[in-house]
Every structure is written in C-alpha cells, then in structure tokens.
Design a protein around this ligand. Sequence first.
Ligand code: ADP
Ligand code: ZN
Length: 216
Amino acid sequence: MRVTLLGPPGAGKGTHAVDLSREFGVPHISTGDIFREEMKSETELGKLARSYIDEGNLVPDDVTVDIVRGRLGKEDASAGFILDGFPRTIPQAEQLDGLLSGLGTALDTAIYLFAPEEVIIQRLSGRRVCRNCGAVFHVVNIPPRREGVCDRCGGELYRREDDAPEAIRQRMRQYESKTAGLVGYYESGGRLVRVDAGIARQETYRLLREIMAGLR
Ligand code: ADP
Ligand code: ZN
C-alpha cells in the first residue's frame, strides 16, 4: 500500500495517518513532522525550513523532494507507506512519480480529505501539539485530560507558530494556489479517492480504513 493523503491544512491528514500507520503497519511519512524535528534540533535544514514554515509558506520543492527521496529509500518503506503533506505542488507530484518508478513501483492512490473552510479554521486555531512526542490535541474537539499537558507522555502542549491567525490565512492561500491543483492531477490519472473529512473523526477513519483494506 502506497498512498498519499491530500487536502487542506487542518483536514486531519496527520491525525488519521498516525492511526492508519499503526493499524496497517506501514510507516507514516510526514514532511511537516520531519521539518519540525529538524527545527527542534536546530539543524541547518531546520533553520532553512523555519524561515518558510513560520510564515505559512511552502519549503522549496528541491529541498522537500530530497528529504522524501532519502526517506523512501529506507528499508521500512519498501513494503508501503502513508505520505502526509507530500506532494504539495505539481512538480513534487511529478518527481514523486519519477522517484517511485525508479524504485520499480508506483503510488496506488491519492486520498483527498476535504472539509469546509470554517471547519478547517476552527480546527487549526484550537490545535495544540506536544513538544515532546508530537501528539495532536484540540482545546475544544480533543481536549487533553490536563490543560497544557500531553495525555500520552506528559510533555508540554504548545500552539504551532504557523497556527497563528495570519499564518493560517497564508497557508490557506498557498494551498489554493499551489496544492489544490493536485486533485486534478491525480484525478486525471485515475488515482484519486475523495473522503469527507468534515464529519466526525471516527466516521472519516472508517472510510479511510476501507480504502486501505482494499489495497492489501
Ligand atoms: P498542515 O497540513 O497542517 O499545514 P504540515 O505539518 O503538513 O501541516 O506542514 C507544515 C508546514 O511544513 C507547511 O505549511 C509547509 O511550510 C511545510 N511543508 C510540509 N510539507 C511540505 C511540502 N511537501 N512542500 C513544501 N512545504 C512543506
Ligand atoms: Zn507527548
């Protein structure tokens, strides 16, 4: 199973990818998570990424594709993977196709998680993330048992810099101008599946699980 989760910020790509990865035993590869790790460790790559990410802009394609190439080449990705947040531009999608065909394989499906804009903004503005383990909460929708503290590891919860209102607006603009076109890209290749991500989380997950099970 080789899939990518597509959709606007806040659609729930990361949340569902974590659960699917656990259930189906294939790695979850999130370019956003990789960048945040690099930012936390203050590597050169992290510093470069931060200058784009905190403003709500995309990291340049060449940098992002290099990371994915390295990650997909690892042993654990050979039997399948769930990409989350990659590709985000048409050139990234084209390079992903090239990269996989070089490995003698191909992407099975792009799963498009769609949700109304009001829902997305509500989710992003209340999102809290664990500084330690990356678990995702929401002040209203998925509150932690103790305010500001991660249920899973006890780490500190924080609001991502790019979940500030102005950065959210910029991310939505970037999504519309650079990423939304991927829906047509995968649709014309007959590889697109649409899943409603504006409904209850468990309902969306049920639909995703069926799609994944069909790929086994
Ligand atoms: P979300 O889906 O909620 O916007 P992510 O964690 O997927 O969050 O991504 C956070 C940020 O990381 C993006 O706004 C962007 O700046 C950067 N990023 C992640 N993936 C890519 C990508 N494929 N291409 C360019 N930039 C990316
Ligand atoms: Zn945690």
